[in-house]
Design a protein around this ligand. Structure first.
Ligand SMILES: Cc1cc2nc3c(=O)[nH]c(=O)nc-3n(C[C@H](O)[C@H](O)[C@H](O)COP(=O)(O)OP(=O)(O)OC[C@H]3O[C@@H](n4cnc5c(N)ncnc54)[C@H](O)[C@@H]3O)c2cc1C
Length: 467
């Protein structure tokens, strides 16, 4: 691969004006700075600009434009497809911008675009407030929100993007703008589910809701042999679940965690995961039937601080592993789909591959599919196949299996994918088109307005249509 030549005088000038760190291939911090969470991704940018404020972002966008450098924007660096980093271009790295300012009176929070969900939860929980985030606290708020945001509060309070009040952004021509319902409303519509296509977000403002400090969680494990029956019981539960009850059914193995009984380590299981976003007493009653099916192996459900529940899965998705995740939206799940998923999941080449079905609906489905760019709101369920391993020799086999299993389940889906769990093959924008459905054309013309030369293309890329 030919490396891009950047004019040295311009680079010296840029380094002089830029407040944060500018890191190139010969700098000692380069190896660390170019790495993202998923170590399957091994890209070598020409320059990494770690921004300390909005002016730095403006300078970086302008420098990229003047030097015709493609740009990747990095929030938390957790995108599984590795969109936060590119070969031979510039990474605009937002990770130093992590300030969180809570306004408990208006129940809102302003968050720097480099923050992780842990930063937000830790700042808002002292006021008994939260906004819907992700289920792993180390994930970046930026990519997760721009792609939708499916977390434990989703059925009660909607997606992360549904709770956005406003964003501040830098556009592809280096202008700073605000987007909300009143200003640049087309852009505000597009960034709620359209990904990082439209510019660099420097700050997100979210609505907050009373949550916690204690919540009831659901984590009950059953033998894999009971999977079809346990899955059916869950499907029945979801038909009348209140919005406060957010649950998932999964097929996995008991991880080798010192806090879990050693005798069960590595045992293939099916399980329920969930949180009740309301009174823990009520949550305990609501979750009881799912905890009392015959033959539970382990029940870790209980009342915990919301902050703890938000961190409970962090250890199972460590930085630096090898990952490949793919997803499908499903409007309903039939008996035949249940059988196919259970039988297919049993053939996993590595039992650590997590097959998880999340219950959606609730507040997500009460917003219309045209109200924001995120269109898959009628889907009651989302399947995601989350592969994680450490031995590079396993990669080909595991990825091939995930793709083949995804193909097997696809006929039971509505054809849409969750764009934050997209696999790797990012050259195929037809998938984005299917996933955005009727919203795609509108997204393409808004892309044409705000990023006509597709400078921001390392994402769930929408080709700009000129208007
Ligand atoms: C362990 C783990 C757990 C997860 N759990 C959940 C979950 O519970 N719910 C869920 O919905 N998703 C979840 N995800 C998926 C997650 O939403 C995506 O991986 C998301 O991209 C992460 O955001 P990030 O900022 O860390 O990503 P990055 O890799 O930094 O960026 C991802 C994309 O967003 C763009 N982007 C980032 N920052 C900006 C910005 N400031 N302005 C414009 N564009 C920007 C980038 O250009 C890139 O295209 C999880 C992922 C992981 C790895």
């Amino acid at each position: 691969m030919d490396s891009i030549k950047i004019d040295n005088d311009r680079l010296i000038k840029f380094r002089e004006t830029f407040k944060g760190a500018v890191i190139g291939p010969s700098d000692s911090l380069y190896e660390q700075a170019r790495r993202v969470w998923n170590h399957m991704i091994d890209r070598r940018p020409a320059l990494i600009a770690q921004c300390s404020d909005t002016l730095d972002v403006v300078r970086a966008v302008k420098f990229a434009e003047e030097n015709d450098l493609p740009v990747a924007v990095r929030g938390g660096g957790h995108n599984v497809a590795g969109y936060a980093v590119c070969d031979n271009g510039m990474v605009i790295d937002m990770s130093p911008m992590r300030d969180v300012t809570v306004d408990p009176e208006s129940r809102s929070v302003r968050v720097g675009a480099g923050a992780r969900w842990a930063d937000v939860d830790q700042a808002t929980q002292p006021y008994g407030l939260a906004t819907p985030g992700g289920e792993v606290s180390e994930t970046g708020i930026a990519g997760l929100t721009l792609g939708g945001g499916v977390g434990y509060l989703r059925r009660k309070h909607g997606l992360s993007c549904d709770n956005l009040l406003s964003v501040d952004m830098v556009t592809s021509d280096g202008l700073t703008i605000t987007a909300n319902e009143n200003e640049n409303a087309d852009l505000f519509w597009a960034i709620r589910g359209g990904g990082g296509n439209f510019g660099v977000v420097t700050e997100f403002e979210y609505r907050l809701h009373p949550v916690g400090p204690e919540v009831m969680t659901l984590n009950t494990f059953y033998p894999i042999e009971a999977a079809e029956y346990v899955f059916s019981a869950w499907l029945k539960f979801t038909r009348s679940a209140p919005d406060e009850a957010t649950t998932a059914f999964a097929i996995w193995q008991i991880p080798e965690d010192p806090d879990l009984p050693e005798a069960l380590h590595g045992k293939p299981v099916c399980l329920f995961d969930g949180m009740y976003a309301g009174s823990p007493d009520t949550g305990e009653e609501i979750f009881r039937p799912l905890r009392e099916l015959d033959g539970a192996l382990l029940d870790l459900s209980g009342r915990v601080p919301y902050l703890e529940a938000q961190r409970a899965f962090d250890a199972f998705f460590p930085d630096g592993g090898l990952y490949y995740w793919k997803s499908l939206f499903m409007d309903t799940i039939s008996g035949k789909a249940n059988e196919t998923i259970v039988a297919g999941a049993a053939t996993r080449p590595n039992p650590a591959i997590l097959v998880i079905l999340r219950h959606l609906g609730g507040a997500i489905s009460r917003t219309s599919s045209e109200a924001t760019a995120f269109s898959n709101r009628q889907a009651e369920f989302m399947l995601s196949i989350d592969g994680g391993w450490t031995d590079p020799d396993e990669s080909e086999r595991n990825i091939a299996w995930i793709r083949q299993f995804w193909d097997t389940v696809r006929p039971f889906s509505n054809g849409g994918m969750y764009l934050n769990f997209p696999g790797f093959d990012n050259g195929n924008d037809v998938r984005w088109q299917t996933s955005h459905g009727p919203n795609y054309d509108r997204l393409a013309s808004i892309k044409g307005k705000y990023d006509p030369y597709n400078r921001f293309r390392f994402n769930q890329n929408i080709k700009p249509v000129s208007i």
